[in-house]
Design a protein around this ligand. Structure first.
Ligand SMILES: Cc1cc2nc3c(=O)[nH]c(=O)nc-3n(C[C@H](O)[C@H](O)[C@H](O)COP(=O)(O)O)c2cc1C
Length: 176
């Protein structure tokens, strides 16, 4: 992603300019999470989308969130399923991210899947997973804010790093 030309760090850019908004907010590093749904009787999900907006919301009750674009074609499938599983991608899983973000034809077959207690699917090798039912959906601008009630979750202690997306590039954290 190209950097915006700014004279000094405190020179404002127009808040309504989508490119400027993306560039500035791109400075906030995010995780990379694969939200999957459907295919309960199958060995793979039937819907999946990559999001950078997955995060924790509440401990009691246990709630998480993600924000799908309302123009997303995958989000209505997840919403209809009423439940989703979030696979938090590991540092080595850029290929998983790219396959789903680019909607490659073989994306569901190419990767292996583990089953969650409630029948969801976690992509093999993920750093962590969170299985949820859709608790609430709030319309916010051009995105929906999805609140998921956590029904099961886990993490792989052998995965050293989660994948990070920052300033338009993928990486893993450098610990200080
Ligand atoms: C790192 C990364 C983060 C993304 N985060 C989001 C997100 O939070 N919400 C969203 O709707 N799309 C996000 N996208 C775009 C979607 O992965 C996907 O390309 C888009 O939803 C495709 O539309 P579909 O839902 O019709 O499949 C992200 C893509 C990447 C590569």
């Amino acid at each position: 992603m190209p950097e915006l030309a700014t004279a000094t760090p405190l020179t404002p850019v127009p808040a309504g300019d989508a490119r400027a908004f993306r560039s500035v907010l791109g400075h906030v590093p995010t995780g990379v999470t694969l939200v999957t749904a459907g295919g309960p009787a199958d060995d793979r999900p039937s819907a999946a989308m990559v999001v950078g907006t997955f995060g924790s919301v509440s401990l009691d009750p246990p709630l998480v969130c993600f924000l799908p674009d309302r123009a997303s074609t995958t989000w209505p499938l997840v919403r209809a399923a009423g439940a989703f599983t979030a696979s938090v991608l590991a540092g080595h899983q850029v290929d998983v991210c790219r396959a789903f973000a680019r909607k490659e034809d073989d994306r569901f077959e190419r990767f292996g899947w583990d089953r969650t207690p409630g029948g969801g699917h976690v992509v093999h090798g993920a750093a962590a997973w969170v299985e949820c039912v859709v608790e609430d959906v709030l319309e916010t601008g051009d995105h929906d804010l999805v609140l998921g009630r956590v029904v099961a979750l886990g993490a792989d202690p052998d995965v050293p790093h989660s994948l990070v997306f920052s300033r338009g590039a993928y990486g893993v954290p450098t610990l200080v």
